[in-house]
Design a protein around this ligand. Sequence first.
Ligand SMILES: [Zn+2]
Length: 159
Amino acid sequence: MKIHRAGKIKMLYRKVNTTTWGQVQNHFGGEYRWERHKKQAVDEELPMREGMHGKLERGRDYTPLYKFLLSKVGQRWDDVYKEAVSRLDTPEPIFYMVKRHRKDWTSYVRYGESSYFSGLCIDDDGLLQKINPEFTAEDVPVHCRCCTHTFNGEVVPVT
Ligand SMILES: [Zn+2]
């Protein structure tokens, strides 16, 4: 019997079932109001919205991809890219975090409402690197106190 190897590949994104989320929220009145407040806050920040926010809403959460890329910092980009692509539906989200052109370099990228990750680049030796390794969770621009902000998956301390 032939074993399907494809079935063993762990994909680097989660499918987000927004319908189920809505139902869950409706069971908890307080939570639902909380969500509405958060949505409102996002609308007020329209200029800060990035294209990837729409991706989240379309039902793909690429957080596992961004954690994967972080874990590969210092390794050969060609290998990292090959593995990432084999575990994605489209390579596009990789380049939200990995900035190929120097003009696009930023210390961090914002994903969704309050998740931040290090901006990554490919150095002259072809290795994946953080654009600004000095940038830490404390440097994340926290713009409200009602949401928990994270940097590279870690909770940003509220001061
Ligand atoms: Zn908030």
